[in-house]
Structure formats: structure tokens, C-alpha cells
Design a protein around this ligand. Structure first.
Ligand code: SAH
Length: 252
């Protein structure tokens, strides 16, 4: 059993949504920590594990739609740890995959706070997986790249080199990439990727309301709109996305 040490911050991944995919260590910490700062992504069943009064939603402020700023989250983590509390910083998936966990860890280190990283099952592997899409496969891809689709409008212009990704081959998994799907699928085609390349969108993978849309680099935008895919979803681009077709009939 994992104990939550006083004055320590735990950067914890909650997995892709299915509470069964929370690690045992994460569950122990949620039940034992003095305070849990969490985002919106971990679903209600997971947040229900936190004892009453210990949870702080930093994905949204009370009575307003504004998110708590990253600076404020950082400061709060340090303040609680310095006050001798055991603190969990809970994030969807894995804390170090597009979750700003790296920045938080740096801030904690700069401020002399002891912390521990508790990895989580990450959505760019898990969501395709439960939809019958292996992110690598000997016949299709010997590498996989996770990239951001930059849905967050506060972020600067795209720094992803789509042409280089098209050139590299291998599977591409795009996170935060529902809205800009038309932009980056066009960029990949313009860079010479075969328009027939299979593409799949997996929304709320591992959750009961999971939805999938499939197509090709050319047809996936229409498929997205037909199914009505919304965030959170991952986009899988590459031959592996076509494997689902063989497996689908036997997938639970
Ligand atoms: N740290 C998280 C990712 C955070 S970024 C992880 O490791 O999974 C948020 C993005 O994650 C979403 O925009 C979406 O692209 C993806 N995501 C998170 N949970 C998901 C799920 N259950 N199904 C599909 N995509 C998911």
C-alpha cells in the first residue's frame, strides 16, 4: 500500500477515463492525500474516490468558466507542501504526456519541494488500443509519434513539422486535434503522404460513451462530421488504423 508522505507532491496520472485503468498506486494516493488538485479529464468515478473536502478543481474556478492559471497551480502546490501536507496533482492519462506535468515538476524542484511521479495509462496508446488499433505493428509501423493538434487557442502557431512526419513514416497519434483535423490532414497530403492512408478518430476511449470514426487522409474530415466526434479524442494516422477493420467484429 502506498502512503502519502507529508510535504510531498505526487504528480499522478488518472489514466484514459475507465476507472479500472487507474493504477493501484494512484487510487491509494487519492484516498490518502490531504489535498488533490485535479483537472476535468479524470471522470466522476475517479474523482469520487477523493474524500469529501479534499478535492480542488483547478480545471475551472468555482462560479466562473475561467481555469486556474498555471502560475497559481504551481504556487498552490508549493504552499501546500510547505505547510506539511501530502498533495496529489491529478491529471488525465499520464502526467508527462501533454499535461504540463514537466513544467510543474521543474517548478517544484526549483522551490525545493520533494515530489514523486506516478505514471498513468496514456490516451494515445490506450484509446486506439481499445478501439482495435495497435499503435505499432510489424506489418505497418515500427515507430509512433505523439503530436499536439494545438487546439488550445492560447498556444502559439503550430510548431509541429507535419512534412517531416509525413516523410518519416510510422504511426502518428494526434492529441487535441479534433478542430484542426482539416489543417493537418491537408498538410500531410501536401507533403506527399498517400491520401488513402487509413485514419481513425477515437473519442472518449475506454469510457462507456466511446465513439470511433474511420476513413482515410482524404475522407476523415467528413467521417468526423458524420459521427459528430468531439474532444477529447485522438487521431491515429497510418496503416495501423486499418487493422481495426479486421478486429472490430470481435472487439467487446
Ligand atoms: N496527459 C493526457 C493527455 C492530456 S492532453 C494523456 O496522457 O492521455 C488532452 C488530450 O488527450 C485530449 O485532447 C485528447 O486528445 C486526449 N485524450 C485524453 N483522454 C482521452 C480519451 N479517453 N480518449 C481519447 N482521447 C483522449
Amino acid at each position: 500500500m502506498t502512503t502519502a508522505e507529508d510535504g510531498t507532491v505526487y504528480l499522478v496520472g488518472s489514466g484514459p477515463g475507465d476507472p479500472g485503468l487507474l493504477t493501484v498506486k494512484a487510487r491509494d494516493l487519492l484516498e490518502r492525500a490531504d489535498v488533490v488538485l485535479h483537472d476535468r479529464l479524470p471522470g466522476p468515478e475517479i474523482l469520487d474516490l477523493i474524500p469529501d473536502g479534499n478535492a480542488e478543481d483547478v480545471g475551472k474556478r468555482a462560479h466562473s468558466d475561467k481555469r486556474t492559471s498555471q502560475a497559481e497551480i504551481n504556487e498552490r502546490l508549493v504552499a501546500y507542501a510547505n505547510a506539511g501536507k501530502s498533495v496529489v496533482r491529478l491529471k488525465g492519462g499520464d502526467p508527462f504526456v501533454f499535461g504540463r506535468g514537466g513544467e510543474e515538476a521543474e517548478y517544484l524542484a526549483e522551490h525545493g519541494v520533494t515530489f514523486e511521479v506516478v505514471p498513468g495509462v496514456t490516451s494515445p496508446v490506450a484509446a486506439p488500443g481499445v478501439a482495435g488499433i495497435p499503435v505499432t505493428h510489424r506489418d505497418h509501423a515500427s515507430s509512433v509519434t505523439f503530436v499536439t493538434g494545438h487546439e488550445d487557442p492560447t498556444k502559439p502557431e503550430s510548431s509541429v513539422d507535419w512534412a517531416a512526419l509525413a516523410e518519416a513514416g510510422g504511426t502518428i497519434v494526434v492529441l487535441m486535434g479534433v478542430t484542426r483535423l482539416p489543417d493537418y490532414t491537408a498538410a500531410l497530403r501536401d507533403a506527399g503522404m498517400d491520401p488513402e492512408t487509413p485514419v481513425a478518430l477515437v473519442e472518449r476511449g475506454t469510457r462507456p460513451n466511446q465513439r470511433v470514426a474511420t476513413g482515410t487522409l482524404e475522407t476523415i474530415v467528413a467521417a468526423r462530421d458524420e459521427v459528430g466526434i468531439e474532444p477529447p479524442a485522438v487521431t491515429v494516422i497510418g496503416g495501423v488504423a486499418g487493422v481495426r477493420e479486421e478486429l472490430e467484429a470481435f472487439l467487446r
